[in-house]
Write a protein that binds this ligand. Structure first.
Ligand code: CDP
Length: 139
């Protein structure tokens, strides 16, 4: 491997599977103008330097979806990683069944509540795809 390839940064992104009382999971469509536009992702975002992952997730869910999540409800249940061209992604997926506020698409092009066995109908970023099988088995 060349030195340039080794210099690709590793980025920590936290993501969430919000699960509603009917057992459906929220996915969100990435908007035009962003990398991977049009693909359906588990909501979340980058952990800033010095930020605790759980704090980053709480911040991102407020910014992206307008909801408040209690830190006590957050526990990572599976990690995924993917080598994108310009960075290596490490992404824990948290599961969350309780929040306050109404889920609203503030930054995404759309939202969908989907039964776990239907998640594979939605095209996802490569990092998110392996999470679908975990959710199907868990929920
Ligand atoms: O969405 P944006 O590109 O503004 O940044 P982000 O939410 O902080 O996520 C950083 C990068 O992680 C995205 O550009 C995606 O490449 C990747 N990502 C992903 O693969 N799957 C997710 N569920 C969230 C982010």
């Amino acid at each position: 491997m060349s030195e340039a390839a080794e210099a690709v940064p590793t980025v920590l992104v936290v993501a969430v599977a919000l699960v509603d009382p009917d057992g459906r999971v929220l996915i969100a469509k990435r908007p035009e103008g962003k990398q991977l536009a049009g693909l359906w992702e588990f909501p979340g975002g980058k952990v800033e330097p010095g930020e605790r992952p759980e704090a980053a997730l709480i911040r991102e869910l407020k910014e992206e979806l307008g909801i408040d999540v209690n830190e006590a409800c957050l526990a990572p249940f599976v990690f995924t990683s993917h080598a994108y061209d310009s960075f290596h992604l490490l992404m824990p997926l948290y599961l969350c069944r309780r929040w306050s506020g109404v889920v609203t698409a503030r930054e995404h092009a759309g939202l969908a509540w989907v039964k776990p066995n239907k998640l594979s109908d939605y095209p996802m970023p490569p990092a998110d795809e392996p999470l679908v099988a975990w959710l199907r088995d868990l929920l």
